[in-house]
Design a protein around this ligand. Structure first.
Ligand SMILES: [Zn+2]
Length: 528
């Protein structure tokens, strides 16, 4: 009977309509906390009608085409095509109206990348990116382009957005793939970023309002926006200092000015019995962390939006818009100073000889989570146990090598690392070298690969040996700004490693990884 009723219901839906999940209905008392932000002009497709609506792929394309036609500053390009054949647009905004990445690099201005809607069911960030592109192209923010280059990817996950789904068409979470680069959409983004490397990246998301928060803590998430910088043990300290000393205060000032509320970004595990919350995650493949490891200031911005349809939509989009504007304004205040500090941070990584933290645990502490009573709307600060991704407790620590020798899948590894700004070399002449080899033991926990704090797939013991390194071997030096990417990818027991996920394949009866640590590279003869 129920099956028949469902069938009839599907017949009654208008042709082409999507079966959207029913949004969580917030009470009037709750909604009263989240009125529209006053005096906002959001020039984007969703706000051209009295009631906002989701912007379709076609409406986004039409909007961007018109933007480029009516502005001398905006050039609209394409990152590529999604799994289901949709175009992934990118907007380059410069005072000169340049589209060519090499020409834009020549301008010598800070390059700010803003990414919307990596998760398709988090529309407010993507909509705000359209409004921001308009404000830069032909509106009140255009003067900022004398100081900055802005690159906007309004909708990184176009297939997910078309179906109101978090994940890519492949089912993968794009925001766990930035080290691995296995998904075409993520790879396309990194190809464009490789051509025009970011100095600052802001990644715009939305978080769940009800969901596990009601099950575990009997309340709704209250903060308008949750924010987190890159958190991984190898994020350069000087980059974190810029993030927390320059950008976070600018964001908080904008939040206070508009009467919004904020909190550090937290999430919680699906397991109902686990009542802890995590301050983001440390996985090197999360966009926020990958961009930090490759040498950019990197932030996650999340508004209160998943699961509530278009409730409070103007406020959510406005929040993303206002914070992105704050990012641009603080970057434009002293562009030369920003570039100098970034250059110093990157040079410090290249010169770093400190030990590598390959795996770690995180400290825990109590915090008051800002929740709100689902019926009465009363705010309730709720004490919870926080797994603190800023409080790193090293577990596997080893000396930083001069570099890594990769004896298998070298071309594939070189391509993936290169897209994340890791420079690689090739051995010109074969020679015997003293190396450290990894004896690998699989832990059998590969299923947690997409967790924010993934488990190690392998454990290793290290053995010194002398080996013949053939000509043509890939050598990945560590004296470079993106060294943290190289170590995360190539130490086999790092929880995102290329051995662990099979990019560097190993036979089931093999015990020694085809990756070697070279502590002294002075005897290697490399191709120029
Ligand atoms: Zn998201």
């Amino acid at each position: 009977m129920r099956r028949r009723a469902l069938f009839l219901l599907l017949l009654l839906l208008p042709c082409g309509a999507l079966a959207q999940p029913t949004p969580y209905r917030q009470t009037a008392a709750v909604l009263a906390h989240y009125p529209p932000v006053a005096d906002m002009h959001l020039d984007s497709p969703a706000f051209r009608t009295p009631e906002p609506s989701l912007t379709s792929q076609d409406a986004m394309a039409d909007f961007l085409t018109a933007l480029a036609r009516n502005s001398a500053k905006a050039k609209v390009g394409s990152l590529g095509t999604s799994t289901h054949g949709r175009d992934i647009p990118v907007v380059y905004l410069t005072a000169e109206g340049l589209a060519d990445s090499a020409a834009i690099r020549q301008l010598g201005r800070p390059v700010i990348w803003l990414i919307g809607q990596q998760h398709g069911n988090e529309p407010a960030g993507g909509e705000a990116m359209l409004a921001l592109a308009a404000a830069l192209a032909r509106g009140e923010l255009a003067p900022l382009l004398a100081k900055l280059t802005v690159v906007i990817v309004p909708r990184a996950n176009v297939d997910g957005a078309a179906n109101d789904k978090r994940v890519l068409a492949s089912g993968a979470d794009s925001n766990r793939d930035h080290l691995l680069l296995s998904q075409p959409e993520v790879r396309a983004l990194h190809q464009a970023m490789h051509a025009l490397p970011p100095d600052v990246v802001f990644d715009h998301h939305e978080f769940s309002v009800a969901w596990r928060w009601v099950e575990k803590f009997n309340g709704l998430q209250a903060a308008d926006v949750m924010i987190l910088e890159a958190t991984n043990p190898s994020i350069p300290k000087a980059l974190s200092a810029i993030a927390r000393g320059l950008y976070r205060p600018a964001l908080e000032a904008a939040i206070r000015r508009e009467g919004l509320s904020s909190f550090d970004y937290v999430t919680t595990d699906p397991t109902p019995a686990d009542k802890r919350v995590s301050l983001g995650g440390t996985a090197p493949g999360i966009a926020r962390n990958t961009f930090g490891l490759r040498g950019a200031v990197s932030y996650l911005i999340e508004t209160r939006g998943v699961g509530i349809g278009l409730q409070s939509y103007q406020r959510r989009v406005s929040t993303h818009f206002l914070l992105a504007r704050a990012v641009l304004e603080v970057s434009a205040a002293d562009p030369a100073g920003l570039l100098r500090r970034l250059a110093e941070a990157r040079a410090a990584v290249a010169a770093d000889r400190a030990d590598l933290i390959v795996s770690h645990e995180e400290g825990e502490r109590e915090v008051d989570l800002p929740l709100i009573n689902a019926e009465s709307g009363v705010l309730m600060a709720t004490p919870v146990r926080l797994i603190d991704s800023r409080d790193i407790r090293p577990v596997d620590v080893r000396p930083r090598p001069a570099g890594y020798l990769v004896l298998r899948a070298g071309a594939d590894v070189a391509e993936r690392l290169g897209l994340n700004e890791v420079g690689v070399r090739e051995v010109a002449t074969g020679s015997a070298q003293d190396v450290e080899a990894y004896r690998v033991k699989w832990t059998g926990s590969r299923k947690r690969r997409e967790a924010i704090n993934p488990d190690q797939s392998v454990r290793v013991t290290i053995e010194k040996k002398t080996m013949d390194v053939p000509a043509g071997t890939l050598f990945v030096p560590m004296d470079q700004p993106a060294a943290g990417i190289a170590a995360a990818a190539l130490e086999p027991d790092s929880p995102g490693s290329y051995v662990g996920v099979g990019v560097i394949p190993m036979a089931s009866d093999e015990a020694e990884a085809p990756v070697y640590r070279l502590l002294d590279a002075s005897g290697l003869v490399l191709k120029p």
